[in-house]
Design a protein around this ligand. Structure first.
Ligand SMILES: Nc1ncnc2c1ncn2[C@@H]1O[C@H](COP(=O)(O)OP(=O)(O)O)[C@@H](O)[C@H]1O
Ligand SMILES: [Mg+2]
Length: 249
């Protein structure tokens, strides 16, 4: 497997504070890579650099073999590097189906224009319906996103991201605040799509990472402790000491 994403010696400081120091990792095509670590480890900071919302002070990023350091977030999305959007990116006054269909049309290259033809509209609506059925949300298709419950909105974030057909889907704590059955359903959707889509899944819930990921990267104090299979990570002495000690006890 060749690397889809290569993070090479990346660092980020906030003033004197080094939030990320010299992190090198690769994400292989087709894999689900977990990114775990205690609160404040630098997970979101690394994620923001990969998606282009923060500029690294050091190092480089390559996606599908090409440097992406100079690309704006939207340009990275156009190459297939998609983060789940979270509420501000939804159109709250529009129906859930329309929100997902707009993302599907964006993928089809017609952007947000409404006049791309009846066929494109129908295809996008069909795609939205497929995703809604998969998520068990078809009964909410006509609901305004603003009227959705919190768990439904988090699922909507994911469906919109999937409608963009990402090559790499980046999810930052997608199950935060969800009830256990909602979290299970969301992870099942992610897994069902992980054949064609590589995934980077940030979570501080180690059980989720161990259950859902092919490999796991462990961050601690801004540094990469290890990157290995779930079993190897679980057995790693430095990881146990820094992070899993409480679990082992
Ligand atoms: N914009 C910022 N300015 C200053 N410090 C920040 C900023 N963003 C994050 N940090 C700090 O960097 C560290 C890593 O944060 P973060 O990447 O959010 O960690 P995680 O997502 O692993 O919980 C934390 O100590 C946090 O307080
Ligand atoms: Mg975070």
């Amino acid at each position: 497997m060749t690397a889809l994403l290569q993070v090479e010696g990346v660092g980020k400081r906030f003033g004197e504070f080094a939030a990320i120091s010299d992190v090198t990792l690769d994400l292989r095509g087709g894999e689900t890579l977990g990114l775990i670590g205690p609160n404040g480890a630098g997970k979101t900071t690394l994620f923001n650099m990969i998606t282009g919302f923060l500029k690294p002070d050091a190092g480089s990023l390559r996606f599908d073999g090409a440097a992406i350091d100079r690309l704006a977030p939207a340009q990275r999305v156009a190459r297939g590097l998609v983060r789940s959007f979270q509420k501000p990116m939804l159109f709250p006054a529009l129906a859930l189906r329309e929100n997902i269909a707009m993302a599907a049309r964006q993928h089809a290259g017609r952007g947000l224009s409404w006049w791309g033809g009846a066929r494109a509209t129908r295809a996008a609506n069909d795609e939205a319906d497929r995703l809604l059925i998969e998520a068990g949300l078809q009964h909410r298709a006509e609901a305004r996103v603003a009227d959705l419950a919190y768990g439904e909105q988090r699922m909507a974030d994911l469906l919109i991201a999937l409608a963009l057909r990402p090559r790499l889907l980046l999810l930052d704590e997608p199950t935060a605040g969800l009830a256990p059955d909602e979290a299970r359903r969301l992870l099942a959707i992610i897994r069902r799509h992980d054949e064609g889509t590589s995934v980077m899944l940030i979570t501080h819930e180690v059980e989720i990472a161990f259950a859902a990921c092919d490999r796991i990267a462990v961050l601690n104090l801004g540094r990469l402790l290890c990157l290995d299979t779930p079993a190897a990570v679980q057995a790693h002495p430095a990881v146990r000491e820094a992070y899993l000690g409480a679990l082992a006890a």
